[in-house]
Design a protein around this ligand. Sequence first.
Ligand code: SF4
Length: 138
Amino acid sequence: MDGKWWDGGLPFQCTQCGKCCRVEGYVWVRSDDIREMAEFLEITPTEFEKKYVRTVGRHLSLIEKPNRECIFWDNGCTVYPVRPPQCKTFPFWHQNLSSIDEWQEVVEECPGSGTGVVYSKEEIEELLRGQGETNKKE
Ligand code: SF4
C-alpha cells in the first residue's frame, strides 16, 4: 500500500489575490516555456532571455522586480495563458503535499488552498508531474 494522505482529493480555487506572485522565490523555466512566453509577447526567445531570465546554477528562473514581485505581475499576471508550469500547477507541488502540516502552511498563506473545487487524486498526480493546470471550475 502506498496511499497518500491526499488520496481523497484536495480543494483549491484561486482567488486571484496574487500573493504567490509577490513573494521572493524562483520561478523555474525551461526552453519550451521561454519560447512560448516569447511568442506570446511577440519577441524572440533570445530577447526574452536577456530581459526576463536569470541563471541559477544550471537552471533558469524568471527575474523579479526590486520589490520581489514576479517580473510579470502588474495587478494580475500579464502572461497568464502561458505562465510557467510551476505557476500553472501551484499549490500541487511535491513539497506542499509532503505532509498535512506542509499543506496546512500553504492553506494559511494562500486563500485559495483548502477551499473550493476538489481536485481528485488523479488530477493531483498529473499536476505533480508538471502537467495540466489548476483551472477547474465549480
Ligand atoms: S494561488 Fe493562492 S496565493 Fe496565489 S493568487 Fe491564487 S489564491 Fe492567491
